[in-house]
Design a protein around this ligand. Structure first.
Ligand code: ACO
Length: 318
């Protein structure tokens, strides 16, 4: 028994914040943002939208593409760092919005690696025969945890959601998954605040050592891609599509170069979406599936890195 992605979906909030808009908010320039990050614009959720709302739209699109209804879904996993509330989980709130009954539903918190962690977890349930159709979602509203006065972080992030339905299959879909973490880097990239005594204690916004994140990301994205292909006795040249976490075009280019993968085989959305954390990989996957780039039987590598640090990859046959 194998698991295979049966359908993908995504959702981006309507409001677009351009680099020119940001020039009016903080001391920055379109040129600085584009040359340092590759980002030209990002989508921003409405103040009354929560992660489960974005997830709901992405999930509906994925379920439609997979040809399943809410009666068919028997597992929901949501990867998010920006949940609707402390509890219940965003997955439980999404379950209610979709009208799915009784199935297990839980969140995964692995920051920008969240979707890869969630997909690897869902694969365990589906390929073992415990579930038939898992809904796996990455949904984020980073605009809520960005300090809009801090130019070193506010230009980087955006909001959005992506989803897949992972179904049982006779033919191999997911070939292997590889998850890692190193908590000794916990202070390099974090939102250090916590809730206590009825208020947020400490800093509620993203705090980041950009240079350290950059170097670490390039190293582990290369390592985990090599690990994934080696375990399947393949080579990086066998990969038809690389879908890395969309943090920064320079990280993406360096990773592709180290792996010897031409940029034409890399799906890039960071220019239009910014960094949408756990949503970036399923958003990029959905785009490349819908515009026809990803074709049946092609080899696709999804890989992410994020706060924790966490990192991981999922290798799959489309
Ligand atoms: N506009 C203009 N100037 C800026 C801005 C801005 N938005 N932000 C910082 N600067 C200034 C700095 O203050 C600094 O000025 P100084 O030299 O006078 O002190 C100067 O620009 C250069 O800053 P650097 O940090 O050297 O710029 P760098 O080329 O390293 O790029 C960046 C910074 C884009 C953050 C880079 O380090 C990076 O991409 N790191 C990865 C971080 C990342 O992707 N985080 C996302 C979350 S993690 C993840 O998703 C994996």
């Amino acid at each position: 028994m194998y698991s295979r992605i049966a359908g993908t979906g995504s959702y981006l909030p309507e409001k677009v914040l351009t680099n020119q808009d940001l020039e009016k908010m903080v001391e920055t320039s379109d040129d600085w943002i584009r040359t340092r990050t590759g980002i030209t614009q990002r989508h921003i959720a409405h103040s009354d939208q929560a992660a489960s709302d974005l997830a709901f739209h992405a999930s509906q699109n994925a379920m439609k593409a997979a040809g399943v209804t809410n009666k068919d879904i028997d597992l929901i996993i949501v990867a998010t760092t920006t949940p609707d509330m402390v509890f219940p989980s965003t997955a439980c709130i999404l379950q209610d919005k979709l009208g799915v009954e009784n199935c297990p539903a839980f969140d995964v918190q692995a920051v920008c690696s969240g979707f890869v962690y969630a997909l690897a977890t869902a694969d365990m349930f589906v390929s073992s025969g415990k579930c038939r159709n898992a809904l796996v979602v990455g949904s984020e509203i980073y605009s809520k945890i960005v300090d809009w006065n801090d130019r070193s972080t506010c230009v980087l992030f955006g909001d959005g959601a992506g989803a897949v339905v992972l179904s049982q299959s006779e033919a191999p879909g997911i070939l292997s998954s590889h998850l890692h973490a190193n908590g000794s880097y916990k202070d390099v990239l974090s939102v250090p605040g916590s809730i206590g005594g009825g208020v947020v204690q400490g800093n509620p916004f993203i705090s980041m050592e950009g240079g350290t994140v950059f170097k670490f990301a390039v190293k582990v994205l290369e390592d985990v891609a090599q690990e994934a292909v080696t375990e399947s006795q393949l080579k990086t040249s066998d990969i038809d599509w690389l879908i890395p976490h969309q943090a920064n075009i320079r990280i993406i280019r360096s990773t592709a170069q180290k792996l010897g993968i031409p940029l034409e085989k890399v799906v890039v959305t960071v220019d239009k979406h910014g960094n949408t954390s756990a949503a970036s990989i399923p958003l990029a996957l959905d785009l490349a599936v819908r515009d026809g780039r990803i074709q049946k039987d092609q080899l696709v590598l999804l890989e992410g890195v994020g706060g924790g640090f966490t990192w991981g990859a999922v290798l799959l046959r489309w």
